[in-house]
Design a binder for this molecule. Structure first.
Ligand code: PLP
Length: 351
């Protein structure tokens, strides 16, 4: 049985969170002398002399609208990285508890575990980049508090089968984190609508990819209100700055632009996949549900170097488990994709 109270670390259960000036007075007033801010103003045109809303309600109400989930079920972090770090600090006792990862996958899960002195257990994906359920079952024990599943997965680009994710959600009494950073590019639907069904589900999304706001550092977590309250208790009081909150809100009102870029990216992805498949240096282009392609080549290192010389940077993933010979290529603009193809045709001609 999933029991949040039982899963939480004792120090977090006991924790009395920081209470800011803005927490202690919430009404209307005209003179604010409670936060040691600069009462004269900020040296910028914007009113940046006031601390921002610690819980970012305006952004959350807008997101609630877009995502179809109550704002109380949303956490905003300084990138998804902050949500990942908080999960370890909330649930994993350093040196005692462990996390289950399914490589090849996003590197931050392991780095953050190492920072928090949490043992990493691994169940490598199957050859077709799906969850190895028996291996996962064998890898967990009573101290396994978190399982990270990335879907669509980075760097393999595919979505993880939904039945498999639900199988884990139904059978694991710890927290199941489903990282949906690339969900906007996927045929598969988000699990957000399943939150009411699974008290152990945490979904990560981000404004860094489809939303085109990587520089603002805004990551999202969706979970039960009880879990979101745990996140809020642990996070630094003002973890999303005022500029990021205002700009995120403005961007969220421009969903049409983002949706049209998503359609264009998917179209470009499908065209690029076809074009790459005609090149003799390409052995395989893996099916993608994301805004990048994992491409198995005859010589990852050589091709990477050649592209660098042409001023084109892709990601060499050839040293990664199950990814021998592979480059990870982000979908660019039509002009960038043409430039990439021209450069790759030149390498192919040399070989
Ligand atoms: C890019 C990416 C993120 C986004 O991280 P931010 O800190 O929000 O920029 C999260 N998860 C995966 C798998 C990613 O590839």
């Amino acid at each position: 049985m999933f029991d949040l109270n039982n899963l939480l670390r004792d120090n977090i259960k006991r924790l009395v969170p920081y209470s800011s000036a803005r927490d202690e007075f919430k009404g209307e007033a005209s003179v604010f002398l409670d936060a040691n801010e600069n009462s004269f103003g900020s040296p910028l045109p914007q009113a940046y002399h006031r601390y921002p809303d610690p819980l970012q309600w305006k952004v959350k109400y807008k997101l609630a609208d877009i995502k179809g989930v109550p704002p109380q079920n949303i956490f905003l972090g300084n990138g998804s990285d902050e949500a990942i770090d908080i999960l370890y600090r909330a649930f994993c006792r350093p040196g005692i508890d462990n996390v289950l990862l399914c490589p090849p996958t996003y590197g931050m899960y392991e780095v953050s575990a190492n920072i928090n002195d949490v043992t990493v257990r691994k169940a490598t994906l199957t050859e077709d980049f799906q969850l190895d359920l028996p291996a996962m079952e064998a890898a967990i024990d009573a101290n396994t508090k978190l399982i990270f599943i990335c879907s669509p997965n980075n760097p393999t680009a595919n979505a993880i089968r939904r039945e498999d994710i639900e199988m884990i959600l139904n059978n694991f009494d710890g927290i199941v984190v489903v990282d949906e950073a690339y969900i906007n590019f996927s045929k598969q639907k988000t699990l957000i609508q399943e939150l009411t069904e699974y008290p152990n589900l945490v979904i990560l999304q981000t404004l860094s990819k489809a939303w085109g706001l990587a520089a603002l550092r805004v990551g999202m977590a969706f979970a039960s209100e009880d879990i979101i309250n745990v996140f809020n208790k642990i996070k630094p009081p003002y973890n999303i700055n005022q500029a990021s909150q205002e700009l995120a809100l403005e961007a969220l009102n421009n969903i049409e632009q983002v949706n049209s870029w998503i359609r264009e990216t998917v179209e470009e992805r499908n065209q690029l996949e076809q074009a790459l498949n005609t090149l003799p240096i390409v052995e395989k282009v893996y099916p993608s549900d994301a805004n990048f392609l994992l491409v198995k080549t005859t010589d990852a290192k050589g091709i990477y170097q050649h592209l660098v010389e042409k001023g084109i940077i892709v990601r060499d993933r050839s040293k990664v488990e199950l990814c021998a010979g592979c480059l990870r290529i982000t979908i660019g603009t039509p002009a960038e994709n043409r430039e990439l193809l021209t450069a790759l045709q030149a390498v192919a001609a040399q070989k």
